[in-house]
Design a protein around this ligand. Sequence first.
Ligand SMILES: NC(=O)c1ccc[n+]([C@@H]2O[C@H](COP(=O)([O-])OP(=O)(O)OC[C@H]3O[C@@H](n4cnc5c(N)ncnc54)[C@H](OP(=O)(O)O)[C@@H]3O)[C@@H](O)[C@H]2O)c1
Length: 271
Amino acid sequence: MKAVFLTGCSSGIGHATALLFQKNGWTVFATMRNPNAAKDLATLENVHVLALDVTDPNTVRQAITAAEAIQPIDVLVNNAGYGAYGPLESTPTESIERLFKTNLLGLIDVTRAVLPHLRKRGTGTIINVSSLGGRTAWPLGSLYHASKFAIEGLSEALLFELEAAGINIKVVQPGRVATDFNGRSVDINVDPAITEYQPVIQALMASATQDHYRTEPQVPAEVIFTAATDGTKQFRYPSGNDAVEGLQRRRELSDEAHFAEIRSTFGLDRA
Ligand SMILES: NC(=O)c1ccc[n+]([C@@H]2O[C@H](COP(=O)([O-])OP(=O)(O)OC[C@H]3O[C@@H](n4cnc5c(N)ncnc54)[C@H](OP(=O)(O)O)[C@@H]3O)[C@@H](O)[C@H]2O)c1
């Protein structure tokens, strides 16, 4: 029986992924900021719910030490993260720091804490949850995209760095998923006094009310499970038709043609 260690399991993709690994007979270290939010995970066989806030190095080390004492970690899934939207100029410094501490520095800290264990055993897989937004950027999402583009670059460099130690690294790129991402988790910062940004804000708000395609969190969970178990060297795993098609289109188009499509998608060419 293999063991997976996941961050951000209180809801959404992390929760669905923890359930799926458990169903497939894995030992699951389901970590979350508040273990009281574990819901059904707390009652399942071979699931260990551990407290871990990716921005708190003490909880990172304690959770990894506790997990390793139960069973060596085979797969790390860096999933914890959230979105921040609004003009860069009107986003408070605290919001910027919190986003990067969570989405990027937290992922780096958890990875650095797990790596010595994987390296000593000469085996293991790290799966970083990026996004369709790790390769394409949407208006007002500068900070979120910066964090996910960074995860893509970090992971690509680590691919070469970790090869000699026998460790695999992979990136999962979900498109839109029906989770708490656009609800309780999102951080929106808009200053109505800065009038120049109002057209793009209005265009984005109009787009947000549309009924967009979304997969259920079980879809990226299946993709993460495949990435962990397929035994291949595949590096990127898009999840959902919007991600598969969007990433394909991004590869085919020039920057300028792609930007024109984004303007059209969000109605910015009409704003
Ligand atoms: N939903 C989408 O459309 C979508 C698309 C592409 C990529 N993604 C990525 O998928 C990942 C999971 O998001 P989701 O869609 O499942 O949203 P979600 O339901 O809001 O889940 C986010 C998870 O991250 C956790 N988290 C936030 N800050 C944390 C911290 N400091 N330490 C530990 N955990 C923390 C949350 O825990 P709390 O309960 O404590 O807040 C929650 O468990 C994120 O990396 C997101 O960027 C999502």
